[in-house]
Design a protein around this ligand. Structure first.
Ligand code: NAP
Length: 248
């Protein structure tokens, strides 16, 4: 369909799950693709090889999104390799769940740093090249948990709610520069992140979802293609829920 033909896209955390599905869809839609991974080195390298078979420019980088300096260096390297960045997808994220009563300072700090500070790091570094190009689309992965809260995930919910405030502020600051900033809020998507949850709880959740099933990473990726493409050129500052109606 070539919805992203000619666009350079950078995705953080594409070695697995939703990031990986987005990387595949973006390349199928004609994008040139830069992506990162951190601990899943083999999976990252295998993805690079797989996507190069489509014939376009693809490069994987091992980079920690939560590290300010590393993010700055990454953006510089991607611009050097690809010439520019049209779309940034802040996808890298983790969970370290526990009831607040038992949550450690380390669980709090790690989740806030990896999920929220990473979005600041990458966005701060990418706005210069986007301002120079006079266009850009920034897509941040939040969660329905960031809208509604979730018992046992105070750290994760706070990081994802923070992303929503950040997304809207960036939309207000940079709209006049033709840089759009939107968030995607997935509900329950079947990946390694949700694979840790016990089966009984998962079944109960599914019954509460109007579409009566969990979502697939590809279904989130379709929404990301839309926000990355010119089809969404008049949309900014929004949070699009991809949740089967879970939160209505
Ligand atoms: P996942 O399967 O656990 O994959 C997480 C990805 O993030 C991996 O590729 C991982 O790379 C990368 N990552 C983690 N820490 C990183 C860091 N410091 N620097 C760079 N990359 C890092 O998770 P997922 O389910 O696909 O979730 C993707 C995003 O969607 C997350 O932001 C998550 O919060 C959000 N989300 C997911 C769901 C869901 O139901 N699955 C729902 C709502 C929101 P390595 O393995 O190479 O370290």
């Amino acid at each position: 369909m070539d919805l992203l033909k000619g666009k350079v896209v950078l995705i953080t955390g594409a070695s697995r799950g939703i990031g990986r599905a987005m990387a595949q869809k973006f390349v199928q839609e004609g994008a040139s693709l830069a992506f990162t991974y951190l601990s899943s080195v083999e999976k990252g390298q295998a993805l690079e090889e797989e996507l190069r078979a489509f014939g376009g420019q693809v490069k994987g980088y091992r980079s920690d999104a939560s590290d300010y300096k590393a993010a700055e260096e990454l953006i510089g390297q991607v611009v050097a390799d690809f010439g520019r960045i049209d779309v940034l997808v802040n996808n890298a994220g983790i969970t370290k769940d526990g009831l607040l009563m038992r949550m450690t300072e380390e669980q709090w700090d790690t989740v806030i740093t990896v999920n929220l500070k990473s979005v600041f790091n990458l966005t701060k570094a990418v706005i210069k090249p986007m301002m120079k190009a006079k266009s850009g689309s920034i897509i941040n992965l939040t969660s329905v948990v960031g809208i509604r809260g979730n018992a046992g995930q105070a750290n994760y919910a706070a990081s994802k709610a923070g992303i929503i405030g950040f997304t809207k502020s960036v939309a207000l600051e940079l709209g006049s520069r033709n840089i759009r900033s939107n968030a995607i809020a997935p509900g329950f998507i079947e990946t390694e992140m949700t694979g840790e949850i016990n089966e009984k709880a998962v079944e109960e959740w599914k019954q509460q979802i109007p579409l009566k099933r969990g979502g697939q990473p590809e279904e989130v990726a379709d929404c990301a293609v839309f926000l990355a493409s010119d089809l969404s050129r008049y949309i900014t500052g929004q949070v699009l829920q991809v949740d089967g109606g879970m939160l209505t």
